[in-house]
Design a protein around this ligand. Structure first.
Ligand SMILES: O=C(O)CCC(=O)C(=O)O
Length: 189
């Protein structure tokens, strides 16, 4: 499993379920970034329950095909920062915009055969908080993680093999949320 240069976040990270790392205060300009992404992204509206946009390497996901698109500057800055704390440089960024409390993402596990070995999935959360619920593929055990604004969640590929995950709709009025998800997709695909 990737070892983060945790020293940077020594008081501020948790390791959960032996394959998930949560850093609670990763993004310090989350509100500005949220507004920029919300207002300056050409959103894909093909999915009913949230809007999406993909940058970097082409990515096929949930019956959608996203072509190559240059990274915007703000994503490049995030990738530059990330590269210093993980051992690789993500080459795709899929952004999800949960535009109201009912926006959600159903149970799934991420496709891992398209990912470079020893790289995981990074999720940076902006805006309203949401709950990510995991379900074990064999014994159906459940556990939840609260994705607070400005947090970073890292999941290994092994987690995808054993667990599915989902983003629940919100009962409370938590407001809109944006998730920035980053992956390193194999270049020979
Ligand atoms: O929006 C999120 O935080 C969830 C993203 C996710 O589940 C995924 O990219 O596989």
């Amino acid at each position: 499993m990737i070892i983060f240069t945790i020293m940077n976040y020594i008081n501020d990270y948790k390791i959960l379920n032996d394959g998930i790392i949560l850093i609670s205060n990763f993004e310090d300009k989350g509100d500005i970034l949220f507004t920029k992404i919300k207002n300056h992204t050409d959103w894909d509206n093909s999915i009913k329950s949230r809007k999406t946009a993909s940058f970097g390497m082409p990515y096929n996901y949930s019956n959608l095909k996203y072509d190559f698109l240059d990274f915007p500057d703000y994503i490049l800055k995030i990738i530059d920062r990330l590269e210093k704390i993980i051992d690789y440089r993500p080459n795709n960024c899929l952004i999800n915009y949960y535009y109201d409390n009912l926006s959600k993402m159903g149970y799934h596990s991420d496709q891992i055969d398209i990912l470079d070995s020893n790289t995981g999935i990074i999720i940076i959360s902006l805006g309203g908080k949401r709950i990510m619920r995991f379900k074990n593929k064999i014994n159906l055990e459940l556990f939840e993680i609260v994705l607070e604004p400005n947090s970073l969640l890292y999941m290994t590929q092994e987690i995808q093999e054993k667990w599915m995950h989902s983003i629940l709709s919100e009962q409370e009025n938590e407001g809109e949320r944006i998730s920035i998800t980053l992956r390193k997709i194999k270049s020979e695909l």
